[in-house]
Design a protein around this ligand. Structure first.
Ligand code: EPZ
Length: 421
């Protein structure tokens, strides 16, 4: 098993280009199924979740290759409608293969989706929407089977602005018969990226990035090339690490508007922030201030995917901070691991209270999900001595090269592969 060791006490300094967005690349790879030819995606991150999505496409008969910095997907030979458990690999993003596969084949089977254990993660919103679009769905212990003679456009009122459900509906709607309106749609930047790709492929989508998205079904989509946007969560993670190491780091390839809510919190913590187009610099203070309350919300609110990392950052702030997690019901697991490093965090249902302490100390800790793992890396950068982070495979699901990136910025950090004896 891979682990990461960090020796704290270094200030992070430098400029760094941010990898492509995991949460944009995954639905875009699903979207390639809707074009019976070749789609090329530039800037996809080399992470395990992308590799797993490529395995799924290959298992369906697609010809997939990395070439000259892009992923080339030729779906002309695709025929399967069955996603195996082995391929699905407990990923959450398996679920929006449904919309793409129903649009392409009119039939789909997927195992129940997995993903980080940050809550129950039901898919009722997805299934309710697909049923409204003339899809017959049958669930059994193994997974979900769906089929339709023709997907029909309709008006869908989401009870919650689910990112994945919004993406699934869009993927099903682009070649549907008629017009689909999604009310209370998710507004995350990843939704905009997906729609821009689909429109480049010949789809007819309007209103992406707002809470009402309108999709006019078209007959077919065609070949296209597209560059995936920078990963706003990876960018926020590195800027937060700069904030708490008295650092001076400039990230590029992410728009300030995509990380505005995170920058607002970093400013409250006493950071200097300089913005120039797609370049954002954070200068960390000698001592960070506590933040009264942080509430995670759908975009443009504070992102739940930065909650664990911010919890780590606030462990040595001057004062007491509170974090309220409103998106997932079980996303404070990392508090226990941070407390092993000397943090003082108490959790009460959806509220975590972080009492700033003088100094974290290195320890052997374990990641329990992707962003929790990133939080432990940040804590290791802040701590005195050496921290070993086990289960580092979680981190590799979403960060292309967190060790290489942070080492480039001056951190003492190494990835270690366990010796197979
Ligand atoms: C996407 O997950 C992201 N994953 C998550 O990022 C991110 O945390 C989340 O959106 C919120 O921004 C990918 O894009 C691959 P949701 P998703 O549907 O689509 C409930 C990371 O670290 N819900 O917006 O699964 C759900 O339980 C990952 O990169 C239902 O109740 O998120 C949750 O409480 C973690 N029924 C809330 O909605 C449903 O049918 C938000 O879920 C669907 C969701």
């Amino acid at each position: 098993m891979t682990s990461i060791t960090v020796n704290g006490g270094r200030c992070l300094k430098g400029d760094i280009f941010i990898q492509g967005s995991k949460n944009a690349a995954l639905p875009m790879l699903a979207a390639t199924l809707l074009n019976r030819g070749v789609t090329k995606l530039y800037g996809c991150p080399k992470i395990t979740d992308v590799s797993r999505m490529l395995d799924i496409l290959k298992s369906l008969g697609c010809d997939v290759s990395w070439e000259n910095g892009c992923i080339r997907v030729d779906t002309s030979g695709a025929s399967g409608h069955f996603v195996s458990e082995a391929c699905a690999g407990q990923m959450r993003s398996t679920v929006f293969m449904m919309g793409a596969m129903l649009g392409r084949f009119g039939e789909v089977f997927i195992p129940y989706p997995g993903g980080c254990t940050i809550g129950k993660r039901p898919i009722d919103i997805h299934l309710d929407a697909l049923r409204q679009m003339n899809v017959a769905l049958v669930e059994d212990r193994e997974g979900i089977y769906g089929c339709t003679k023709q997907i029909l456009g309709t008006v869908i009122d989401l009870r919650y602005p689910s990112v994945g459900a919004t993406e699934n509906i869009i993927l099903a709607a682009v070649t549907a018969n008629g017009k689909t309106v999604i009310n209370h749609a998710a507004k995350e930047p990843e939704i905009i990226d997906l729609c821009l790709l689909l429109n480049k492929m010949g789809a007819d989508i309007h209103g992406m990035g707002t809470e009402t998205i309108v999709i006019y079904g078209v007959e077919v989509l065609h070949d296209a090339e597209f560059t995936v946007s920078g990963d706003r969560i990876a960018a926020s993670t590195y800027l937060a690490a700069a904030a708490v190491t008295c650092g001076n780091v400039c990230i590029f390839n992410v728009w300030e508007r995509e990380i505005k809510s995170v920058l607002q919190v970093l400013a409250q913590m006493g950071c200097g922030i300089v913005i120039q187009n797609k370049r954002v610099r954070v200068i960390g203070p000698q001592m960070t201030f506590a933040v009264d309350q942080i509430h995670t919300r759908p975009f443009p609110g504070f992102p739940t995917d930065m909650q664990s990392q911010m919890m780590a950052c606030l462990t040595m702030a001057n004062g007491t901070s509170e974090i309220y997690e409103h998106v997932f019901e079980d996303r404070f697991k990392i508090a226990g691991e941070l407390n092993k490093m000397g943090a003082d965090i108490t959790v009460d249902h959806q509220k975590a209270t972080i009492r700033g302490i003088g100094q974290l100390h290195g320890a052997a800790v374990s990641a329990c999900d992707l962003r929790g793992g990133a939080a432990l890396v940040i804590a290791g950068l802040m701590a005195e001595g050496e921290t070993t982070i086990n289960n580092a495979f979680y981190v590799k699901r979403g960060y292309q090269d967190i060790c290489g990136d942070l080492k480039f910025l001056g951190a003492r950090i190494e990835e270690r592969k366990a010796q197979v004896v």
